[in-house]
Design a protein around this ligand. Structure first.
Ligand code: PEP
Ligand code: MN
Length: 371
């Protein structure tokens, strides 16, 4: 059960103290406080765990400071979409809103290789009106002999260049909790010119200790990739690990499933799950067409498979697209064969826009049906 408190109820207010004193006396019930400081107001929610079946909604509704009560199902307590649950399906980060209604493209380098390539990428993004990108500094590789990413050494120039070209959010994979400190330090050192969305990759979806530590920090939002060989439910529970530790600014990313059934694509594209994740949870949903498809193959219609699947995700309501681009794919240190080129960026963005318009029309048509 969740008690949603009246806005701006502080933990030293009379109402709050009376409420917690009451909750402490309830047998077999523990409570946990979640606070969110928005631009407009402070929101406080109290999560009750244990024998809550014995409590009635009316009784809880009348407690001091309580605005609304939501009875949650067992699953995805924090991030789930529960009955009569009107909590927000969005969050704001560094001036950008991420919600179940918004759409942002994160085109960028799978792995940072040179400063020149980072600059060329960011310049192209700015020229095309983009404020988000992806930049891999820590790369989890199948072979220990493959390039592992430049790590913290590239962060200062990546962040400085992001600031120079007006990039507000960089999706950046981390594979260890120390990377969060390295990113924080580099941001401080460069004067916080940009923001970072911490990406947890498909190989770490169920790295519970990493999830817990990233969940405990509130500075950065998190992009959690679906695990490539586990069920959707298991991956959504992984997202709940982040939220249960306190960070609910989570975007969930579909990136295809490992299965030869998906051949010749690198992974079996699972973008039909976009609306499913939006139904089950309040998270914005991202798709990653590059790691799903893994090539630059083209259909007879002249459209790259990567663009076809990105459009499928968008037409199904995706809120974010994580996509590999590279100024010179032949010299990319990771995943060059799937990267789109900078001169393909306007085409890609137009194709996304066409799919987005189709989605908005579909949504309007559905709304007409509901009235
Ligand atoms: C990536 O986005 O760079 C990546 C490694 O993706 P995934 O974790 O989905 O394989
Ligand atoms: Mn990659």
């Amino acid at each position: 059960m969740i008690l949603i408190l009246k806005p701006d109820t502080t933990t030293d207010s009379e109402a709050f103290l009376a409420l917690t004193a009451f909750l402490e006396k309830l047998p077999n019930i523990r409570h946990r406080i979640h606070q969110e400081t928005g631009t407009q107001q402070l929101l406080t929610e109290v999560y009750l765990v244990g024998d809550t079946a014995a409590l009635t909604l009316e009784e809880m509704q009348n407690l001091p400071g309580v605005e609304r009560v939501v009875r949650v199902s067992e699953e995805y307590r924090v991030l789930g979409r529960h009955k009569d649950d009107r909590r927000p399906t969005w969050f704001d980060y560094n001036g950008v809103r991420f919600g179940q209604d918004t759409l942002h493209v994160f085109a960028g380098l799978c792995a940072v290789n040179t400063r020149e390539h980072v600059e060329a990428m960011m310049k192209a993004l700015q020229e095309n009106g983009q404020v988000c990108t992806r930049m891999g500094a820590y790369k989890p590789r199948t072979s220990p002999y493959s390039f592992q990413g430049h790590g913290k050494s590239c962060l200062p120039y990546v962040f400085e260049l992001a600031g120079k070209y007006g990039i507000k959010v960089i999706a950046m994979e981390i594979t260890h909790e120390d990377h969060v400190d390295e990113i924080t330090e580099a941001l401080e050192q460069t004067g916080n010119p940009t923001g970072v969305m911490l990406q947890i990759g498909t190989r770490n979806t169920q790295n519970f200790e990493l999830l817990k530590s990233v969940g405990r920090q509130h500075r950065f939002p998190v992009l959690l990739k679906r695990g490539f060989g586990i069920t959707l439910e298991e991956s959504l529970n992984a997202a709940e690990y982040l939220a249960s530790e306190g960070n609910r600014n989570v975007v969930f990313c579909l990136r295809g499933m490992k299965s030869n059934m998906g051949d010749p694509h690198r992974n079996f594209v699972d973008f039909a799950h976009v609306p499913v994740v939006k139904r089950l949870t309040r998270m914005p949903v991202s798709v990653d067409p590059s790691h799903s498809v893994g090539s630059r193959d083209k259909a007879p219609d002249g459209i790259l498979d990567t663009m076809h699947v990105a459009a499928q995700g968008v037409v199904a309501g995706a809120n974010m697209i994580l996509v590999d681009f590279h100024p010179d794919p032949a010299s990319a240190l990771v995943d060059g064969p799937q990267a789109l080129t900078l001169d393909e960026l306007p085409w890609f963005l137009d194709d996304v826009q066409i799919a987005r318009e189709a989605y908005l029309k579909r949504q309007e048509r559905a709304a007409a049906e509901a009235t």
